[in-house]
Ligand binder design. Structure first.
Ligand code: UD1
Ligand code: MG
Length: 449
């Protein structure tokens, strides 16, 4: 929570860019890092700072993007006429808002909440600057805007393309993120003109305009890491790598053991408790919660699942959406679980598909068991009672119910309910021919000669 002394703050997220370098039909900011669209990373960070309302500026024909950011309102920028023009598109939605407005980019997903908090603190302190710009010192200042400072603070921002050689030598750069008092923002934007190399309306010009009007401006510095902008799929992959490194570290700092952290992939929303063990080559898709003391052996793929404490999963297990693995339950190698709950202490250890099912407490599912949940038209449920014992290679043809403590024989095809403590088997008598195998081998060998 932010302290009540801080000014109420709204946000404008610039996301109208086409992202042509992504070579994609999808708007750039909808590409994902850790399973979450770039723009949603920013929205989550803003929400964490109690920043509201948030208006997202999008391009025309970006309905998918409008849906991805809902319930946040969007404003459409029909012609891309520069960052100042983009911000102005949100004026209608925010004209009654009094407080501060932070402008962020939808393609800069890692901006930290703590950094925005420092910008807000800077707005409240010192000369009460009307504009606070987030600056940084990148390894390569390249095409970034340069921050021209004086003992009074920030004087102006000059775009690389418009800069003199002396200005281009400045290493303190504009991240693009700015915090501005709302009324001042609209007034300053109205004065911006496109007299520059790109013939665009630059948001950066509001700094010099503010100074001219006698307002103070200030710089807060951020890390290059959190200001990484994404323009191509290569940069997207680099961002993914940075994010994963951070998440692995966080999971370990929170008390999980990762034996080979570089091979574990988290989603942005993965929740991992304390004293959890995660083996190598495990991938977490969206929507996973792992409670304290669970063990995930290596080579697992897990999404939309809950794993309770004391459960052991893997190696080589696949948990799909709706898998709920109870306390002390075991899911072993080459087992797939979908939309099914394994109650406490249930064991499904080998080569099995459990879909649309309940497996009661301490039930044991033999190797190769299949819940046949789909008849080509409908999905049906299998209900396995507590303490049941399912023989190896059983096919449980849903809908079907196996009572508490019931058993099925190896290879059983179970189409009818089995009462509690009952046994289901499809008996076909075994024929045994003594000495047959030896005779058979002899016959084959004789033929070879
Ligand atoms: C901008 C800054 C520059 C800063 C850099 C940081 C200006 C004039 N320059 O430059 O000082 O160092 O970001 O990355 O602001 N956008 C729209 N509509 C537009 C134009 C841009 O929505 O009409 C969005 C883009 O999608 C992008 C962001 O605004 O998310 C920045 O635009 P971009 O064209 O990348 O600005 P830069 O030239 O990089
Ligand atoms: Mg840019």
């Amino acid at each position: 929570m932010t302290s009540p002394a801080l000014t109420a703050t709204a946000a404008i997220v610039l996301a109208a860019g086409l992202g042509t370098r992504m070579k994609s039909a999808l708007p750039k900011v909808m590409h994902k890092v850790a399973g979450r669209p770039l723009v949603n990373h920013v929205l989550v960070t803003l929400a964490g700072q109690d920043i509201a309302p948030v208006v997202v500026v999008i391009g025309p024909e970006m309905d998918q993007l409008a849906k991805a950011v809902a319930p946040h309102p969007t404003a459409i920028q029909h012609d891309r006429r520069g960052t100042a023009h983009a911000v102005q598109q949100a004026e209608g939605a925010l004209k009654d808002f009094s407080g501060d407005i932070v402008v962020v980019y939808g393609d800069t997903p890692f901006i930290g909440g703590e950094t925005i908090a420092r910008m807000r603190a800077a707005r409240a302190g010192g000369k009460k600057p009307a504009v606070v710009v987030l600056g940084f010192t990148p390894d390569d200042p390249g095409g970034y805007g340069r921050l021209v400072t004086s003992p009074d603070g920030l004087e102006r921002i000059v775009e690389a393309k418009d800069a003199t050689p002396a200005e281009r030598a400045i290493t303190l750069c504009n991240s693009g993120i700015m915090l501005v008092e709302a009324k001042a923002l609209w007034q300053l934007l109205a004065q911006v003109t496109p007299n520059n190399a790109k013939n665009e309306f630059y948001l950066t010009d509001i700094v010099a305009l503010a100074r001219k009007a006698g307002m103070a401006c200030a710089v807060v510095e951020g890390d290059e890491d959190e200001l990484l902008g994404i323009n191509s799929r290569v940069e997207l992959a680099e961002a993914e790598a940075i994010y994963q490194r951070r998440r692995r570290k966080q999971a370990m700092e929170n008390g999980a053991t990762l034996t080979a952290p570089d091979t574990v992939y988290f989603s942005a929303d993965t929740k991992v408790g304390k004293d959890v063990e995660i083996g190598p080559f495990t991938v977490f898709g969206p929507g996973v919660t792992v409670d304290d003391n669970a063990v995930i052996k290596g080579f697992c793929h897990i999404e939309g699942a809950h794993i309770a404490g004391g459960a052991i999963v893997g190696p080589y297990a696949r948990l799909r959406p709706g898998a709920d693995i109870g306390a002390d339950a075991h899911v072993g190698n080459f087992v797939e679980v979908k939309n099914a709950s394994l109650e406490n202490g249930a064991k499904v250890n080998h080569l099995t598909y459990i879909g649309d099912a309940r497996v009661g407490a301490k039930a044991n599912i033999g190797a190769g068991t299949i819940t046949a949940n789909y008849d080509g038209f409908n999905k049906s449920r299998t209900d396995i009672g507590a303490g049941a014992s399912i023989g190896s290679n059983s096919v449980l043809v849903a809908p079907v119910k196996i009572g508490d403590g019931a058993m099925t024989g190896a290879g059983a095809v179970v189409r009818k309910d089995v009462p509690a403590d009952g046994l289901a088997l499809n008996s076909s008598r075994q024929e045994t021919r003594e000495g047959f195998a030896a005779k058979y081998r002899q016959m084959k060998q004789d033929k070879k000669k």
